[in-house]
Design a protein around this ligand. Structure first.
Ligand SMILES: [Fe+2]
Length: 363
């Protein structure tokens, strides 16, 4: 999930053997005493040097992400200074910092947000043979401004006491009149839903998607939800019969870190991967004013690699870029067939999708 209403959080990740914590924090957040590596395109070194410190702004906020950054430092000698905050706040911060930004990498979740950041010019294009190899073409920007790192699936959750799971095979089935009063949806402003609608516009065209939205809205009886977890709980309690959520929320409710109550609720849910499923990503790119672009791309390569990517996906019960991973909770949900839609295209249609939702009753 995005870091909903969290304030800016600065996290220092000491490399093994690092002692000068205070001084390093000062150097990073204070005064522009960063080593002047790669300050211009022409003076960039060919190889990122061990000992470089890169700044990472991340809209993800999972404790296990930090372990991945530590592994990267151990592997490369490149240190990571992490700032986690809400996606929009990070984009605004990058814009206001401009050339003085200490950030080299920006990590965001969802196609709609990556597209918004791209539009606002906070990324720079980068090229990498490793990323071309490890990130499927539909999960990265065609100009190399961002690269997918993990996959998340927008799935249907059903309470089998109220809705027969075998009646749901596609997103289109959510608009069937048989589900009147039984469907729960999250608000229009959720980028997850904007991206879902954009994907349906790409796959099925505007007219079909408009009819689909109207059918779903006619089936909704509850107020639109502000986030996925309360929606999943409402389906589990039987307040709704069916809803749409990213599966990592259900996985989190089933995990050891969840409350006993949430685990009990999640056990009531049947997760359905409709065919084909809408797949979204968390992704990262090199910032426009990165001081260490070579080191930055090395981090993105590490996080997209089979080794790093497994950990990054596991941190949030997401799927790696390829295959289904080995998360035992996700295995309970079975496998999915991705719709294969380009995340870049989804991003570029997200504004049109939002307008269509608004004009057809999606609150
Ligand atoms: Fe999320």
């Amino acid at each position: 999930m995005p870091s909903s209403s969290l304030p800016l959080r600065r996290v220092w990740l000491p490399a093994a053997g690092s002692a000068a914590l205070g001084a390093a924090l000062l150097a990073f957040f204070g005064s522009g005493t960063q080593p002047a590596i790669g300050q211009s395109q022409d003076s960039r070194p060919a190889i990122a040097e061990a000992g470089t410190t890169i700044g990472v702004y991340s809209g993800r906020h999972y404790n296990t992400d930090k372990e991945l950054y530590r592994q990267f430092t151990a592997k490369t000698g490149i240190k990571v200074n992490l700032l986690e905050a809400k996606d929009d706040a990070l984009i605004e911060r990058l814009k206001s910092e401009g050339k003085n930004s200490p950030a080299d990498v920006l990590v965001l979740v969802d196609a709609a947000r990556l597209d918004a950041a791209t539009d606002q010019g906070v990324f720079q294009p980068s090229r990498s043979a490793a990323l071309q190899r490890d990130v499927p073409a539909n999960l990265r920007d065609s100009q190399g401004r961002w690269y997918g790192l993990t996959r998340r699936v927008r799935a249907v959750v059903v309470n089998p006491k109220l809705v027969n799971p075998t009646t749901i095979g596609t997103y289109a089935d959510l608009a069937k009149p048989a589900l009147k009063g039984k469907l729960c949806l999250r608000e229009r402003k959720s980028p997850y839903n904007q991206s879902l609608v954009a994907s349906q516009m790409i796959l099925h065209g505007e007219a079909t998607t408009r009819t689909w939205i109207r059918g779903m809205v006619a089936n909704v009886s509850q107020p639109f939800f502000t986030s996925d977890t309360p929606l999943a709980r409402a389906v589990a309690r039987g307040e709704c019969g069916v809803g749409v959520v990213n599966t990592y929320y259900v996985a989190r409710m089933l995990s050891a870190e969840a409350s006993a109550q949430d685990r009990q609720l999640a056990e009531q849910l049947k997760v359905i991967y409709v065919n084909p499923s809408h797949v979204n990503i968390s992704g990262a790119g090199v910032t426009r004013h990165a001081r260490n672009p070579q080191a930055a791309i090395k981090l993105i390569e590490f996080l997209a690699s089979p080794t790093g990517g497994r950990g990054y996906a596991a941190a949030n019960n997401e799927y790696p870029l390829k295959g289904f991973g080995d998360n035992p909770i996700l295995k309970r949900f079975g496998t999915f067939k991705a719709d294969g839609v380009s995340v870049e295209q989804i991003g570029s249609r997200s504004k049109a999708a939002t307008l269509m939702m608004e004009s057809n009753g999606w609150k």
